[in-house]
Design a protein around this ligand. Structure first.
Ligand code: AMP
Ligand code: ZN
Length: 459
């Protein structure tokens, strides 16, 4: 097979993926809003689209794929976090951008080709709003600029959400400055203590949906090949991105294919901050190797729901142990190419359960081989794992990491965690400090704060 099939959520069909230009394949995924620690559900799109990025690169070549993922560093949630913690907006966004990138690296998520930061594109956003006003898709009211959905005939066609549903589900906000409750904000005024930029409509800030349309236009072009994100972003976020971009580009479509990942569940519900059933990646990484989290996130096909549990983590860990045990038999194999059957499973709408089952079969077969045939089989098995973004550790290191864990935390690790907790407290991140104390407690370490600093003992 030398083509990729993807389920396109605009047409609700599996389609053969045909890029506009195979020498420049473009993909954009809505990135994180950086104001707190990410939960493992937030990392499902990060890992899924990283795998799609790797798969596209495998087919079209490393240089041919341009992947953009933004950082949203201006948002009302960030303003609220700043008011609550007393930390400046800049300190918050810098801290959590760094945390997000560090955690991504631990899960072997490649850096996207471009990572636009929203506040670097304010003048481009203002130009886009001006264009929408000129083209008759927007109006100004009370310091706000709003997109007038009734002017865009296809509005709602993408997500299938009709206007009555929008209101019934309170998915749009009714406000005095709107002609229609479904109209959405392109630009809004800022009070003197809120962040803002000068604009033809006074000092203000952009609406969230506008940020993505602008960054896509600036970094990738008017029509991109793939637009991705979590399925909760279909409405209103992606519906609105489509309307804004088409309104600026004479109706040119924003994306040729739309790909949405399903939810990660915790018990019966979607994992989400508002339900309070979240597990932070920050905490999971203290106990589990990043590859364990990555394999767990890829254990279900990306459109299916995935139930998060300790069992899933344990199973993923033991699968990786089996894989690394095989690699341990020939730790220095030369780079090779992955077997076509694994590649084909990924080309089939990222069928990861199938690909993982093939990895197990290949592993079992290689275990039974001998001599050069075995070395060759191990090399191509390792290449398959690496296409997945796994098996990047040296096998000895992999199992050493495990022993340290079995014996409990080392002195250096404990000191490091205590220093991290001190930093968290200095930064007034008391919840973070408490999580570290709790983590130490679960490893049998008690700590005590005194006038000369923090002391610890094993219980
Ligand atoms: P949020 O922080 O809610 O804006 O989400 C950031 C990204 O994570 C979006 O792409 C969401 O679709 C995605 N996301 C949030 N919660 C989950 C979940 N439980 N499962 C899968 N994706 C999620
Ligand atoms: Zn977006």
């Amino acid at each position: 097979m030398n083509s990729i099939t993807l389920y396109d959520s605009a047409t609700h069909k599996k389609q053969v993926f045909v890029p506009g230009d195979p020498s420049r394949v473009t993909m954009y995924v809505c990135g994180p809003t950086v104001y707190n620690y990410a939960h493992i559900g937030n990392f499902r799109p990060a890992v899924v689209f990283d795998l799609l990025f790797r798969t596209l690169r495998h087919l079209y070549g490393t240089e041919a794929v341009v992947y953009g993922r933004n950082i949203t560093d201006i948002d009302d949630k960030i303003i609220k976090a700043s008011l609550e913690t007393g930390e400046s907006i800049e300190a918050i966004t810098q801290k959590y951008t760094a945390v997000y990138l560090e955690e991504s690296a631990r899960l072997n998520i490649l850096l996207p080709t471009v990572e636009p930061v929203a506040t670097n594109y304010i003048s481009e956003m203002i130009s886009m709003v001006e264009k929408l006003l000129t083209n008759g898709f927007a109006y100004v009211e009370d310091g706000h600029v709003l997109f007038e959905v009734s002017r865009f005939h296809d509005y709602g066609a993408f997500s299938g959400v009709d206007q009555d549903e929008m209101l019934a589900g309170a998915r749009v906000e009714v406000a005095s400055y709107k002609r229609n409750p479904a109209d959405f904000v392109l630009w809004k005024p800022s009070t003197s203590d809120e962040p803002g930029w000068e604009s033809p409509w006074g000092r203000g800030r952009p609406g969230w949906h506008l940020e993505c349309s602008t960054m896509i236009e600036s970094e990738l072009g008017q029509t991109i090949d793939i637009h991705g994100g979590g399925q909760d972003l279909r409405f209103p976020h992606h519906e609105n991105e489509i309307a804004q971009s088409a309104g600026c580009h004479d109706g040119a479509p924003l994306a040729r294919y739309w790909v949405h990942n399903g939810f990660l569940h915790m018990g019966a519900d979607k994992m989400s901050k508002s339900l309070g059933n979240i597990v932070l990646v920050h905490d999971l990484l203290k106990q589990w190797h990043g590859e364990v989290l990555r394999l767990a996130l890829l254990s279900a096909q990306y459109r299916q729901p995935l139930d998060w549990s300790t069992d899933l983590l344990e199973q993923s860990k033991s699968q990786l142990d089996r894989f690394y045990r095989l690699l341990g038999e020939a730790p220095d194999v030369l780079p090779s190419t992955p077997p076509q059957e694994v590649v084909d499973a990924l080309y089939d709408d990222l069928n990861t359960p199938e690909a993982i089952a093939i990895l197990h079969a290949l592993r079992d077969r290689a275990m039974r081989m001998e001599g050069d045939a075995k070395i060759e089989a191990i090399a191509s098995f390792k290449a398959a794992g690496q296409l997945f973004g796994l098996l990047t550790e040296n096998p000895e290191q992999w199992f050493k990491g495990e022993r340290v864990e079995e014996e409990g935390l080392s002195e250096t690790e404990i000191e490091k965690l205590i220093a991290e907790r001190d930093n968290a407290r200095k930064g007034r991140d008391f919840a973070g400090a408490d999580r570290i104390r709790e983590h130490l407690r679960t490893h049998g370490i008690a700590i005590e704060d005194g006038s000369t600093g923090t002391t610890w003992r094993r219980e």
